[in-house]
Design a protein around this ligand. Structure first.
Ligand code: LLP
Length: 443
């Protein structure tokens, strides 16, 4: 059975009788008129469907927890939706902890992650009652032990390890290979366990955590990841007599950005993971563990599109035709950062056949700000609305104010209703943190 990550478009996408793209029952051309562009549009039904497909895929395994990797896109409304769906949250900063907590997430279901957490952030995590902390390194073991002691609490932890598994994705988003900045090398685990046992008395080690990478299309590596983690747990039990009960497998399931992308379904991933647990728990003679899965992109990516308005164009003599839009690398840095390829349609000409090859350029002051290199589209005119698919993950969350351009708004659509979930920035917001020291103030 297919899952939503295998679709390029949000699952409610249609062409309406005006020949416009409709998402969540809303005409995207009308959304662009009402809210302005660039505009991020999130389809609630796609988010909830994907969340439910994750739960469904693992339903035969009673000891599973789903954590949404908030870094993919976090706003209070998204926290509410995924909290309602029973998800916890993988959080990686004080800002993400604050957002989850103030939006009413169940903090016991949350995990605090990251390779350089500050003492203040660790303190905050303890104070708001985060259920688990994934400890990345030796410094953090000591800092967290101090923070737990100061709070008079014992803290449940996982050890983040690098399992030595390479996946075929962009090198910037590979994380599980041996020469990685994340986590303990497997050869350092014994020293960490000894420290926890003998010195860091406020830490309670419950399991291991790994994350192999992101935008993954292979399934076998999840089987291998479970194998590596269970083997390590069996070794720790044998050597230290400590019975670890949890493994967190990270996220990483890919989504379909273009026709040639073929990500597996969640069911295929779940099948590999659960088979590996069965096989390897038996092989290492241990109890089947509690598992945590932390998907980000595959939960939110497909649900989101970005609407832009076409502006100036330029036909380079004997070269490409460029059409510029009113956004670009500041609202979606992925094409310039990872050479990511996107698919787009003209929202107000959805019934028309492609007529020309154009390169969609961003509005930012860099030659590298190209959103799509050569796509066939109906003839583009100034004022047309472009709909870029699959911008829901790592778009807004990695956006910037480069060139002092305002960050776009985001709306949530469902059942023909649209609601703002992030306001568009204003020029007042933009300068609100600027301070002019008295001595250089204009008299
Ligand atoms: N867990 C951990 C520990 C992670 O580091 C990540 C992502 C996830 C879960 C979620 O992975 P996902 O399911 O979203 O693949 N900015 C890059 C992606 C960076 C991913 C970082 N870690 C991009 O735009 O492709």
């Amino acid at each position: 059975m297919n899952t939503a990550n295998q679709s390029i478009k949000p699952i409610t996408t249609k062409i309406n009788d005006k020949g416009h793209i409709e998402i969540g029952g809303c005409d995207t051309v009308e959304l662009a008129e009402k809210y302005g562009t660039p505009l991020y549009v999130y389809d609630e039904e796609t988010i909830r469907t994907m969340a439910r497909q994750y739960k469904e895929a693992f339903k035969d395994y009673p000891k599973v927890s789903m954590l949404y990797a908030s870094k993919a896109f976090m706003t209070k409304a998204v926290v509410r939706i995924l909290d309602e769906e029973g998800f916890g949250f993988d959080l990686v900063s004080g800002g993400e902890i604050y957002t989850a907590h103030t939006a009413g997430a169940d903090m016991k279901k949350c995990l605090f992650n990251g390779n350089n957490k500050s003492y203040d952030e660790l303190e905050m995590a303890i104070n708001v009652g985060i259920g688990l902390i994934s400890v990345d390194n030796f410094l953090e073991l000591a800092l967290l032990d101090n923070a737990a002691k100061a709070a008079g609490k014992s803290v449940d932890i996982l050890l983040r390890v690098t399992p030595g598994i390479e996946c075929h994705t962009h090198e910037y988003i590979q994380t599980g290979h041996l020469d990685s900045k994340f986590g303990f090398d497997l050869t350092q685990v014994d020293e960490a366990v000894e420290l926890i046992k003998d010195e860091h008395k406020n830490l309670n080690l419950v399991g291991l955590h790994a994350h192999i990478g992101s935008q993954i299309f292979e399934t076998q590596i999840y089987y291998d990841e479970v194998d590596v983690l269970l083997k390590e747990m069996a070794r720790i039990k044998e050597k230290f007599g400590i019975n670890l009960t949890h493994i967190n497998l990270g996220g990483g399931l890919g989504i379909k950005y273009t026709d040639s992308d073929c990500p597996p379904s969640v069911y295929e991933i779940a099948e590999k993971i659960l088979t590996s647990i069965k096989d390897n728990a038996k092989k290492y003679n241990m109890q089947e563990p509690e598992i945590h899965i932390e998907p980000g992109r595959s939960i939110i990516g497909t649900s989101g599109v970005t609407l832009y308005t076409a502006g100036s164009s330029k036909q380079v003599p004997k070269g490409r035709k460029y059409v510029a839009v009113d956004g670009g690398m500041a609202d979606n840095p992925r094409p310039s950062l990872y050479q990511a390829v996107y698919t787009a349609d003209v929202a107000n000409k959805a019934n028309l056949e492609p007529e020309e090859k154009v390169t969609i350029a961003g509005r930012f002051c860099e030659s590298g700000d190209i959103l799509i290199n050569e796509i066939s589209l109906p003839e583009l005119e100034e004022g047309d609305i472009l709909c870029f698919y699959n911008t829901g993950a790592y778009g807004y969350s990695m956006s910037s104010n480069y060139n002092r351009v305002l960050k776009p708004a985001a709306v949530l659509v469902n059942n023909s209703q649209s609601d703002i979930i992030i306001d568009r920035e204003s020029y007042e917001h933009l300068v609100s943190l600027d301070v002019i020291p008295d001595r250089i103030k204009k008299a």
